[in-house]
Design a protein around this ligand. Structure first.
Ligand code: F6P
Length: 367
């Protein structure tokens, strides 16, 4: 490959954080610095930093020793969409404005040749629109939710599964001591990947995911039947986006400043109350929350992040903009960002995971 004309690469981490972000930053920076002696500019706090011009040059030292550390050294935000930018008027009111041209000006002011945007679907939607304004963007798919189309896995998902599975293992021991029903609510937004993956790995008796609307009676019948057969405890793993047939997701809070205004939550508590009421069995609920996003990335996520970061730096050098790196099978390839955001990657109700879980007796609340 001849010498690339790309010399200054920006890196941004947008949306909710997750383990593996630092590993990607490190891989992009080290490979671009090594390959083309590039200057790397770190944008602070996601797109907020691009709109407000908060960025700095990243040194080799800054990206050393961060592979195993969770979170992001750059900071992140899910409230900085330049096209829907919240401006605080300090009178208790927040106005929403289009500040995308400010972001473009800062990109030019810092003489960026390319911008590596690491984020989930919100970040990829913003990136696609910024690309239309002339920015040279390369996407890297991140999210614990694993809901980005066009990649088999996003980094962060495996780490979240590890935490959620461990939590279920711990709930098992206390559930069996007290003969209780334990409900655990996990994240995932509108996709059930975390609940499904951790529920199967943790041996949950009932798994509730958004893609399979549930029936209250079927859940309580399942735990009652287990109890009658001498299995004195049950585990119910609920995705935060799970909903009863004919019902809607439970929303904990609305915040128009967020990329997705709806913050989900509360279904775990509701399931616990209803199951206790309908089955008469003592029930407790645990909401795992942000523990799923914290801590060190798993080895799988460290490796995937490193491959993603390297591939992103290669795409930048080759001038292949508007592309997102993606895992397809065991290969890291690239796909147009537009393809990645065309639809959400939801759990297919007839996928092998669900069929195998049903075969070992797991109930999905629908039959
Ligand atoms: O998209 C990642 C995620 O952790 C979702 O699973 C969850 O619904 C959301 O972010 C929580 O957002 P916040 O950190 O703003 O509460």
């Amino acid at each position: 490959m001849g010498k690339s004309s790309v010399n200054r690469i920006g890196i941004i981490t947008g949306g909710g954080d997750c383990p593996g972000l630092n590993a990607v930053i490190r891989a992009v920076a080290k490979s671009a610095m090594g390959q083309n002696n590039c200057t790397i500019i770190g944008i602070e706090d996601g797109f907020e930093g691009l709109v407000e011009g908060r960025m700095h040059q990243i040194t080799d030292k800054e990206v050393s020793g961060i592979l195993h550390i969770g979170g992001t050294i750059l900071g992140s935000s899910n409230k900085g969409d330049p096209f829907h930018y919240p401006i605080d008027n300090f009178n208790g009111k927040v106005e929403i404005a289009d500040e995308s041209q400010r972001a473009v000006r800062n990109y030019k002011r810092w003489s960026l040749d390319a911008l590596v945007a690491i984020g989930g679907d919100g970040t990829m939607h913003i990136s696609n629109k910024m690309a239309e304004l002339g920015l040279n963007i390369i996407g890297v798919p991140k999210t614990i939710d694993n809901d980005l189309f066009a990649t088999d896995y996003t980094f962060g998902y495996d780490s979240a599964l590890f935490v959620a599975t461990q939590a279920i293992d711990r709930l098992h021991t206390t559930a069996s001591s007290h003969h209780r029903v334990m409900v655990i609510e996990v994240m995932g937004r509108y996709a059930g990947w975390i609940a499904l993956g951790a529920g199967i790995a943790g041996g949950a008796d009932v798994i509730l995911i958004p893609e399979i609307p549930f029936d209250w009676k079927i859940i309580s019948d399942k735990v009652k039947e287990r109890n009658l057969s001498g299995k004195k405890c049950s585990i119910i793993c609920v995705a935060e986006g799970a909903k009863p047939a004919g019902g809607d997701v439970m929303v904990k809070e609305m915040d128009e400043r967020r990329t997705d205004a709806r913050r989900l939550g509360g279904i775990g508590e509701k399931v616990a109350q209803q199951v206790e009421h309908d089955s008469g069995l003592e029930t407790r609920v645990t909401v795992l929350g942000h523990l799923q996003r914290g801590g060190s990335p798993t080895p799988f996520d460290r490796n995937l992040s490193t491959k993603f970061g390297y591939k992103a730096s290669q795409l930048a050098m080759q001038g292949k903009f508007g592309e997102m790196v993606a895992l397809q099978g065991t290969e890291v390839v690239s796909v147009p960002i537009q393809e990645a955001i065309a639809k959400q990657r939801l759990v297919p109700p007839d996928c092998q995971e669900i069929l195998s879980a049903r075969a070992v007796g797991t109930c999905f609340g629908d039959m």
